[in-house]
Design a protein around this ligand. Structure first.
Ligand code: PLP
Length: 404
C-alpha cells in the first residue's frame, strides 16, 4: 500500500505523542548558566552539561573573540586539505599533554570521534565487546564497522557485569582483534565504569580498551583529565575518547592514544577526512578552557560540593538517584507519563530539568535527569530542591513525612 511521506510522518509523530515520547526543544534566550531564561521564563537550569561553567567563562570568551580578529570565523576546508591552522595543532598538543598520551586527534564533535574512530580501527575479523548502556554514538560507530558486535550473538555485556564480560572474552579468542568499549561515566545513570577490572580482563584475554570519557572530562581525574587519570591507569587504556562540548564548554571531540593511532585516524577517520575543520575560535576557546582547568581548581571543587549536596538532599527527601556516583543525578520516576508530568510541574515551579524516557533509557525507567554544576549557586540548588520536594509529594513519589 502506498503511503505519502507526510502521512507516514503524521502517524509516527502521533504514535510518539500517544506514548508520551514526543520531544520539542525549549528555546534558551541567555547563555548556558545555572539560571537562564527559556521560552520567556526565568528558570534554574538543571539540564546543562556545562559542568565547570566554562561555556560563558570570561577567559574562554576572550580567547574566542581574539581568535576571530586574528583568524576570521571559518577554517575553510577539511583538516587534511589545508583546513588545519596552527591553533588546531596547538589544541591537539595541549590535549595530549593534559591526557598524558603521545597524541590526540580532534574531531568536530564527540559523536564524530566515536563514529570516525571505531569503524576505522575495528575491521573484518575483529570483535567489539560493548557495555549494554553505552552511548548512542558508540552504538552508531560500532554499526559502521564490519567487525562482529551484535547483541543477539552475545557480544554485548550486561551493564558493568565483569563475569559476563569475562565469559564473552573467553568466547572471543578466535577473532583477530578484540576491543572492549565502555562509557567512562554512564551518561544517563551517572555511575562510573569499573575501568581497573575491565583493563585487567583485557590484559588477561589479549583485548584492548576504548573508553568514552564524555562525562568524565572535567569531572574525574587530575584537573578533570578523565577516568584513566582517576583510576591511575596511564598507558593501559589504548583509546580514550573525549568530548570538548560538555565540561570544556565549547564544541568538539577527540581521540587520545598513540602517535600511530593518530596517524591512522588522519588517514582513515572519515569525519576528519570529509567534514570541515572547527572554526579557529573554537580551538582557541578550548585552549583557554584547558588553561583554566589546569590552573584553577575552584570550578571542579564547586562542581563536586554542589553535586554531593544535591544528591544527599534528594536522598533525604526519599528520591531514588539510581546509584549515581558523579554530578549526573537521575531521579527515578519509572512511568513515562508520570516523568513527563513531573517535568511539567517542575517547570511551573521555575526549574528546567528534563525527563528522559524510552528509547534513551529502558521502558519503565523514566527519570528526571539533573545536572548540578559549578555554574549553580547554593541558592539556585536550594530553590530547585524545594521544587522537587513539592512536586514529588504532589505526585506521590515521596512521602509527606519530616525529613530524616
Ligand atoms: C554527549 C556524549 C557524546 C557526544 O559528544 P558531543 O561532543 O556532544 O557530540 C558521546 N559520548 C557520550 C557518552 C556522551 O554523553
Amino acid at each position: 500500500m502506498n503511503q505519502t511521506l507526510q502521512t507516514w510522518l503524521g502517524q509516527q509523530i502521533q504514535s510518539l505523542k500517544d506514548q508520551h515520547l514526543y520531544k520539542t526543544p525549549r528555546i534558551l534566550e541567555t547563555p548556558a548558566e545555572g539560571k537562564v531564561r527559556m521560552d520567556g521564563t526565568d528558570v534554574i537550569n538543571l539540564s546543562s552539561n556545562n559542568y565547570l561553567g566554562l561555556a560563558n567563562h570570561p577567559k574562554v570568551r576572550e580567547a574566542a573573540l581574539k581568535a576571530v580578529e586574528e583568524w576570521g570565523v571559518g577554517a575553510g576546508a577539511v583538516r587534511w586539505i589545508g583546513g588545519t591552522m596552527s591553533v588546531h595543532d596547538e589544541l591537539e598538543r595541549r590535549l595530549a599533554k593534559f591526557k598524558h598520551v603521545e597524541a590526540v586527534l580532534v574531531f568536530q564533535s564527540g559523536w564524530t570521534s566515536n563514529s570516525g574512530c571505531i569503524p576505522s580501527i575495528m575491521v573484518d575479523g575483529d570483535v567489539i565487546i560493548s557495555d549494554e548502556l553505552n552511548h548512542a554514538s558508540i552504538i552508531d560507530g560500532v554499526r559502521l564497522s564490519p567487525a562482529e558486535y551484535r547483541k543477539s550473538r552475545g557480544w554485548v555485556y550486561n551493564h558493568k557485569d565483569m563475569n559476563n564480560l569475562e565469559d564473552i572474552l573467553k568466547r572471543a579468542a578466535s577473532f583477530k582483534k578484540r576491543m572492549i568499549v565502555t562509557d567512562g561515566v554512564f551518561s544517563m545513570d551517572g555511575d562510573i565504569a569499573p575501568l581497573p577490572d575491565i583493563v585487567e580482563l583485557a590484559e588477561k584475554y589479549d583485548a584492548f580498551v576504548m573508553v568514552d570519557d564524555a562525562h568524565a572530562a572535567g569531572v574525574l581525574g587530575k584537573c578533570g583529565a578523565g577516568t584513566t587519570s582517576h583510576f591511575n591507569l596511564y598507558g593501559r587504556v589504548d583509546v580514550q575518547m573525549g568530548t570538548l562540548s560538555k565540561a570544556l564548554g565549547v564544541m568538539g571531540g577527540y581521540i587520545a592514544g598513540s602517535q600511530l593511532l593518530k596517524e591512522w585516524l588522519i588517514n582513515r577517520g572519515r569525519p576528519y577526512l570529509f567534514s570541515t575543520a572547527h572554526p579557529p575560535m573554537v580551538a582557541a576557546a578550548l585552549i583557554a578552557a584547558i588553561d583554566v582547568m589546569e590552573t584553577d581548581p575552584e570550578p571542579m571543587q564547586r562542581l563536586w560540593s554542589n553535586a554531593k549536596w544535591w544528591k544527599s538532599e534528594l536522598a533525604k527527601l526519599g528520591f531514588d538517584t539510581m546509584g549515581s556516583e558523579t554530578p549526573i543525578t537521575p531521579v527515578l520516576i519509572g512511568d513515562e507519563a508520570k516523568a513527563a508530568q513531573m517535568e511539567k510541574m517542575l517547570w511551573d515551579e521555575g526549574v528546567y530539568a528534563l525527563s528522559i524516557a524510552y528509547p534513551t533509557v529502558p521502558r519503565g525507567k523514566a527519570r528526571i535527569r539533573t545536572m548540578p554544576s559549578a555554574a549553580h549557586s547554593q541558592e539556585d540548588l536550594t530553590r530547585a530542591l524545594e521544587a522537587f520536594a513539592k512536586c514529588g509529594r504532589k505526585l506521590g513519589l515521596i512521602g509527606n513525612g519530616v525529613r530524616v
